[in-house]
Structure formats: C-alpha cells, structure tokens
Design a protein. Structure first.
Length: 248
C-alpha cells in the first residue's frame, strides 16, 4: 500500500471519529435541553395557543388582529361581531368555554369608551355567568349576572344564523321567531350591579327572565325593596308608598 493511500485512509478514519463525536455532543445537548424550561425577561407576541400534548386547544391569549372566531370541537367559524383582544378558555373537546376580553378608547369627539368582560359558558352553549364593566361617555354600568341557557347546542344557532345571513331584515326576524319555537332563548335569572342612572341593586328573576324581587338604592341614596307579579306590577314594597295626602 503506497504512502498516499495510507494517508487518505488515516484522514477518513479521523473524519469518521470527529463526525461521531460531534453527533454524540449534539444528542447530549438536545437531550439536556428537552427537559429545561425556556426563560425570558420580556417577550412580544401577538397570539399564544395553549394546547394539550395531543394538540387539543385549551386556551388562547391574543391581540385583536388574531383573536379567534367561534371554535366548537376544534372547528372555527367567523364570529359575527367580536372584535377585541383577550383570552378564551376551551373545554376538553376544544369547544369555547368562556373568556376574558377588554378594551377602551376615545373617539374623534373625545368621548371615552371602556369595557371588560369575564364569562364562563354552559357545555356547548353560551355564557351562564358574567362579570361586566362598561363605559360609554358619561354612562357607566358594572354588574354580575347569572343566566339560564337552553339545552340545545349553540352550533345549531350558529348554523341557523349562517343560513339566514343573506335574507332581508324582516325575513330574518320572521325566521328567528320560528326558530325560537323549537329553540327557546336564554333567560337572565340574577343581576347585581350599578346601572347607568347611578343606582345599585339586586334583581332576582323568574324562569322567563322577568324581575320578581328588586332590592335597590337609587342615585339619591333612597333604598327600596319591591316584589312584582309576572306582569311587572308591584304587589308589595318597602318602604310602603305614603297614603294620598299624608306625605311620606
């Protein structure tokens, strides 16, 4: 074997040894890094999706531009009017389960608006517990609400809304009235909060969403408790209204 051939064999062996060493180092670094947590002092991001090991979506944190539409069992459809930043929660089936949204700005005239909304949903339905803070100019409303939802899946409402989307407004109203005959609407059962007029109160409602007991302190500080019948008539009140001609 001549000297040139022996030299080439030695170089080939050296190259093979170096390649094996580099490969082992890379495997070691990758294995070590796989168990470590990434740490950041500061990070700018437009959207973060939290998923299970199998890829099931569980939570989204997003700006307004990338905020998701309606997601039911992993399938997304456009939302008709939700344009906001915030956070959405998803159940074990990748269906929306509530969320936190917020925003605020001044318009060209200088009038301020602001809102914050936290809610949790019924299974395959809409929100049943909400906390809201809203401002439109000088009007401010803050409250907590409990809502009864029907048992049909909200996907049926989404499909219905998509089906009538191109119809004239009067036809949409007629179709919605027919839809409600088999798909009853939600009903508010409790509201606690501050109204636009400056009053604060607690409203307890029946299964149809009608006020039945109202505990209220008006903006001027005067308190009242009212019991109402299904038609909204006051059947009992504290303090009682003064008798005619006797003052309060």
């Amino acid at each position: 074997m001549d000297a040139k051939l022996r030299r080439e064999i030695r170089l080939l062996k050296a190259y093979s040894l170096i390649s094996v060493l580099i490969f082992c180092v890379l495997i070691f670094v990758a294995a070590r890094g796989a168990g470590e947590k990434a740490k950041f002092e500061e990070m700018d991001v437009q959207r973060i999706n939290i998923v299970e090991p199998d890829g099931t979506l569980r939570m989204v944190l997003s700006n307004k531009a990338l905020f998701p539409g309606i997601i039911i069992k992993g399938k997304e459809t456009p939302h008709p009017n939700r344009k906001t930043a915030g956070m959405l929660f998803f159940n074990d089936e990748a269906t929306e389960n509530g969320g936190l949204i917020f925003g605020g700005m001044k318009d060209k005239s200088g009038s301020a608006s602001s809102y914050g909304h936290l809610s949790f949903d019924q299974y395959e339905q809409d929100q049943i517990f909400t906390i809201d803070a809203q401002q439109e100019g000088k009007k401010r409303k803050v409250g907590l609400a409990v809502i009864d939802r029907p048992d049909y899946p909200i996907s049926e409402l989404v499909a219905f809304a998509d089906r009538i989307k191109g119809l004239p407004e009067d036809q949409q109203k007629a179709e919605y009235a027919k839809f409600q005959q088999t798909h009853p609407p939600a009903a508010s059962r409790l509201y606690l909060g501050r109204a636009d007029d400056g009053s604060v109160g607690l409203k307890l409602k029946d299964a149809g969403g009608l006020d039945r007991i109202v505990i209220e302190v008006a903006a001027d500080g005067s308190p009242a408790v009212r019991f109402l019948d299904p038609k909204g008539n006051v059947i009992y009140k504290l303090p009682a209204d003064p008798a005619p001609g006797k003052g309060r």
